[in-house]
Design a protein. Structure first.
Length: 281
């Protein structure tokens, strides 16, 4: 189980086993994991998957339009049967970024950067929406990340004897929260470079509050990004392959860059998906 700095606990879970199954939490591994390209279905296996292939052609169309500045889009595949959805999942594979957003939303980037599988459940845990999103990050997740979040952090009148840097950081954080919409880049507070105590971190965690979104970006090590209940405030932590914390920071931004797919990534994804679909033409 991963114990994140704001108190959020993420443990093992699983993807839905079938279309009408129960949606449970996505696994959030704590050790290094590098994505691998999926084993594509053989052409003869895809002959009866016309609906799945049609959905993937929609994805390709969105990717190509994205190159031309048309922006992100969503393809709803909730209505497809399990075989066609399984075909889509096998083609898309599993990429580097995993997302859990509370008890109702989860997302997984595919091996095609900027192409995301997003699933939404109701409060009873039953799957209600199964989507493919194309864009830098799933809009379905962003739309709920800071819903109801506070607009700033409160500043206590007094601090404990072991709290040293937090009193200076809180006004700085509020100042940059107000500037997020006009800021050209995130404001980053690198806690690893600042002297601080456990009490400093505990106080910051209390003042930020607990968010519902946990993101894991896996590559040569792990980057774990968690939201807070203060608008546009994130914890961003980097771990090496031995799962040792090497960078601990606060980012004030709508979404940290580390979990975004870049425009050039989506251009590459369009090319790769075009090549894949030619096999099933």
């Amino acid at each position: 189980m991963v114990n994140l700095p704001n108190g959020l606990m993420i443990g093992p879970g699983s993807q839905p086993e079938e279309q009408d199954g129960v949606l449970s939490y996505m696994p959030m591994p704590s050790s290094m994991s590098v994505f691998s390209v999926s084993s594509l279905p053989e052409p003869e296996e895809a002959e009866a998957r016309d609906a799945g292939k049609a959905a993937l052609h929609e994805v390709l169309c969105v990717l190509e339009n994205f190159e031309n500045g048309k922006g992100a889009a969503t393809i709803d595949i909730t209505h497809l049967d399990g075989a066609n959805r399984a075909f889509i999942d096998q083609v898309l594979g599993e990429g580097e970024v995993s997302v859990v957003a509370g008890a109702t939303h989860q997302a997984q980037e595919s091996v095609l950067a900027g192409v995301w599988r997003v699933q939404i459940a109701n409060q009873e845990g039953r799957l209600v929406s199964d989507l493919i999103e194309v864009g830098s990050f799933p809009r379905a997740i962003l739309d709920i990340t800071f819903a109801g979040a506070r607009d700033g952090v409160s500043i206590p009148k007094t601090f404990g004897a072991s709290v040293f840097n937090a009193p200076a950081l809180l006004p700085e954080i509020n100042e940059h929260i107000e500037k997020v919409e006009q800021a050209a880049s995130p404001h980053v507070i690198n806690l690893s470079l600042l002297p601080h105590t456990v009490e400093d971190l505990e106080l910051l965690g209390r003042q930020f509050g607990k968010g519902d979104v946990a993101i894991l970006s896996r590559g040569y090590g792990n980057c774990r990004v968690t939201s807070t209940s203060t608008k546009n405030v994130w914890w961003v932590q980097y771990y090496n392959s031995q799962d040792t914390l090497i960078l601990n920071s606060i980012e004030i931004t709508p979404l940290p860059e580390v979990v975004r797919a870049a425009r050039e990534d989506l251009t590459d994804s369009a090319m790769r998906l075009r090549e894949i679909l030619e096999v099933y033409a």
